[in-house]
Design a protein around this ligand. Sequence first.
Ligand code: MLT
Length: 259
Amino acid sequence: MADIVPLHYLEYGQGMPVVLLHGFPFDHTIWQAQADALQDSFHLILPDLRGHGQSPAPAGVYRMDLMAQDVFALLDALHIERAVWVGHSMGGYVTMAALRAAPERITGIGLVATHPLADPDDRRAGRLATADEVLSEGSGMVAQTMIKTMFAPGFDLDSPLARVLFDLMSRTPPLGVAGAQRGMAERPNSVETLRAARVPALVIAGLGDQIVNPDVMRQMARDLPTARLVEIAGAGHMPMVERADATTAALSEFLRAIG
Ligand code: MLT
């Protein structure tokens, strides 16, 4: 397909295939603790979504279904027909788009700090304005804004972990930030997709998430016919790094129950 972007990725372990998708504007490295812990039991695939990390960053609108097709193309190249998809935030939006496009290729979904709602008008307008600004001012402006709400309240923003994530966001190419913002602005409501899902599902919610309201995630878990909800105290929008062990334990239990 003409629009597919070949994704940079890392691959670990053997066994049931599990895709771990990062959120915006990060890359696969946010999942390092989970990759270290789970690679003895599962075949883990950690892509950088288009415009992020070491994947190409073409100009354009990165619609969620397009990003899902990039991941399907990667799985095709690896001869993987079916996989569990675990998505953080924007990676969760991509996971929902994948579920809509090809449910027969999904063996389970893990939704981490994400939600199925489309943007209200003011949020959509804000994303489009950010997309324009980042192309002239650089990605640092997005990192400066996001770092303030990324972690649970009280998190030390001068800590080494906060600095690592700030630098990671700042390094995301402006074209990637703009493309993802424009794509997220167009994403549809996915509630019906989740209600129709017939796969094992896990929702992980940081109780201190300042970007996605935990109540919205609780509702998402209720909308999924089979979901288990794991609420993690002391975590905000980045549970895989703020409470890495608790996130790994939830994922491990979920994946072992599937396969
Ligand atoms: C993310 O972490 O991927 C973003 O916060 C998602 C969004 O902007 O909606």
